[in-house]
Design a protein around this ligand. Structure first.
Ligand code: HGY
Ligand code: MN
Ligand code: MN
Length: 429
């Protein structure tokens, strides 16, 4: 890139942060309720958000479409039509009571980078595609990464039978949304169509802030296992059943939850365990709960570590259920292996960080990301952007304008300097 181009796009880039932050606010207004940001897969808010993002993609000079599972897909042609692409993106669904940056920052930044190329009439020797994944969080249906799995061609049909808390199946929800559940396969892409997948995302942790850095280069995405546990005891009268005779399902679940916390706290190698959801039936003050359901989310820096820890935790839950004479049902609802970022691609992310004048700092991702699905059709890499206090999955999630701008400048630099693996000197795939 010539000096003037860098200068002109640098001034253009200075506006990148403003455009990005403005759109983050615009998108965050599309929520199930105004008070608590939630944009859930196949909801009316999903549709409204998709329409807005597709309009941004078209304004940026991309052709844009909603794919067969509700992802938003934009394409900016290279210097010749039909070239393989560098795919950028992130997700645009949220957790409940979410922050507004988790997912949208990566998607909106990618769109702004393409808009900058388009403003300058810049065409590259590859296409640039931007994908907004429709369901990374897995809030509505137990399994996650539904959008990116559909793109990777690894969507499991049986997921269509899973039901949300209202008992609506994914299949029916897709039909209501206007999508054909038997057509999901049309969203799949092939390895041949992609040079690489790169995602910009907030760090969702405190490490960049502690190191006083706006951006970081991700080394790997930690794997995770999600489980659904159900304990069945005996409902009874809160006033008449002596404690020794009770089969209290909620008390059993509480003992399991405290055990998971203690077990993970005592692990010195980064094991984390979370119970994010619990439900007790019948849920009346004066009734001993006969049924308790809760979720488990177990993660560790390596797959063997996670699997060994999980086996131990399951044994302990089984022992608690047995001792309390409770019937246990424990199902794995989602499992993702740890995904390494490709060294050749990670190096280009690092080069772009350095070229924009920032220190190169590598760190793993404890959070899951769509790259865990995209790895099945492409090498992946990630660029992290600092978020205040490392807070995420919380309305207090925040990114400073300067850091949003820094992330955009690095991503744009990466795109303009991108060399496919075969020409990057990294040797044959
Ligand atoms: O759960 C995760 O790690 C991601 O935010 N979905
Ligand atoms: Mn998230
Ligand atoms: Mn995310």
């Amino acid at each position: 890139m010539s000096k003037t181009e860098v200068a002109s796009s640098a001034s253009g880039k200075a506006a990148l942060g403003d455009e990005i932050v403005g759109r983050i606010d615009q998108l965050s207004a599309i929520s199930e309720t105004p008070a608590h940001l939630a944009r859930i897969f196949l909801s009316p808010e999903h549709r409204t958000a998709a329409d807005l993002i597709l309009s941004w993609m078209r304004e940026a000079g991309m052709t844009a479409r909603l794919d067969a599972i509700g992802n938003v897909c934009g394409r900016y042609e290279g210097d010749r039509p039909g070239l393989p692409c560098l795919m950028l993106g992130s997700h645009y669904d949220t957790v409940r009571d979410a922050g507004k940056w988790d997912g949208p920052l990566g998607l909106i930044t990618a769109i702004s980078c393409v808009a900058d190329l388009n403003r300058r009439g810049r065409r590259l020797p590859f296409a640039v595609e931007v994908v907004g994944f429709a369901d990374e969080e897995g809030v509505r249906f137990a399994s996650t990464l539904l959008g990116s799995r559909a793109v990777a061609g690894t969507f499991v049909e049986s997921a269509l039978n899973s039901r949300d808390h209202a008992g609506i199946s994914m299949r029916d929800a897709m039909v209501t949304f206007g999508l054909d559940p038997d057509h999901i396969g049309a969203a799949a892409r092939t390895r041949r169509e992609l040079h690489a997948y790169v995602e910009l995302h907030i760090e969702q942790g405190p490490v960049l802030e502690e190191n006083n850095l706006p951006v970081g280069v991700v080394t790997a995405i930690a794997g995770a296992t999600r489980l659904a546990a159900k304990l069945t005891g005996m409902a009874g009268h809160a006033g008449t059943v002596p404690m020794a005779f009770r089969r209290d399902a909620l008390a059993g679940a509480a003992e399991c939850i405290c055990m998971v916390e203690e077990f993970c706290k005592s692990d010195a190698a980064g094991l984390v365990g979370t119970v994010g959801y619990i439900d007790a039936m019948p849920g009346a003050t004066n009734v001993i709960p006969g049924l308790a359901s809760f979720t488990l989310d177990i993660r560790a820096p390596s797959d063997p570590h996670r699997k060994m820890a999980l086996a131990d935790i399951v044994r302990r839950i089984e022992a608690i259920a047995k001792r309390r004479n409770l019937v246990l049902q424990l199902d794995v609802t989602h499992e993702n292996r740890t995904v390494p970022c490709a060294p050749w691609l990670k190096a280009q992310v690092a080069d772009a960080v350095a070229a924009e004048g920032f220190g190169v700092f590598e760190l793993p991702s404890g959070a899951g990301h769509d790259g865990m699905a995209m790895i099945d059709i492409s090498d992946v890499a990630m660029l992290f952007v600092r978020c205040r206090g490392g807070i995420s999955h919380n309305p207090a999630e925040h990114v400073e304008l300067a850091d949003a701008d820094a992330g955009a400048r690095v991503l744009l630099r990466l795109v303009e300097n991108f060399r496919p693996r075969e020409t990057s000197g990294a040797g044959k795939a």
